[in-house]
Design a protein around this ligand. Structure first.
Ligand code: 5GP
Ligand code: ZN
Length: 112
């Protein structure tokens, strides 16, 4: 499958790793929008949050178990924002479920 995040998980495309376990892989965004900008992705190809179902929701659960560990690992002591763009109206560009973990400065209140 021609999926950039599957290739990153496989190591075929290099990335700067922040965290990894059996269910997920986290790495620094190539085009950071905040001082700390991590992407965490499931190690199974799920196209977006809209593709989470009873069969694969363990990946979502495990990602949310991992997020506090990832945040601590990258020093997000003051808090952080979790974003998942889902579909066209949200401007999702990579069609492999991912959660942006963003922080390292005070973020704006407005979410768009
Ligand atoms: P989306 O717009 O789909 O929510 O977010 C996709 C994110 O993936 C963007 O923030 C973009 O910078 C990041 N991204 C796209 N290609 C790569 C890549 O090859 N490596 C890394 N580290 N990040 C990428
Ligand atoms: Zn994929």
């Amino acid at each position: 499958m021609d999926c950039i995040f599957c290739k990153i998980i496989a190591g075929d495309i290099p990335s700067k790793k922040a965290y990894e376990d059996e269910f997920c892989y986290a790495f620094h965004d190539i085009n950071p929008q905040t001082p700390v900008h991590i992407l965490v992705v499931p190690k199974a190809h799920i196209a977006s949050a809209d593709g989470i179902n009873a069969e694969n929701s363990v990946y979502a659960a495990k990602i949310f178990e991992a997020i506090p560990k990832i945040a601590a690992e990258v020093g997000l002591n003051g808090g952080y924002r979790i974003i998942s763009n889902c579909g066209e109206d949200a401007c999702q560009t990579v069609k492999h479920l991912h959660f942006h973990i963003m922080g390292g400065r005070r973020l704006p209140e407005n979410m768009g």
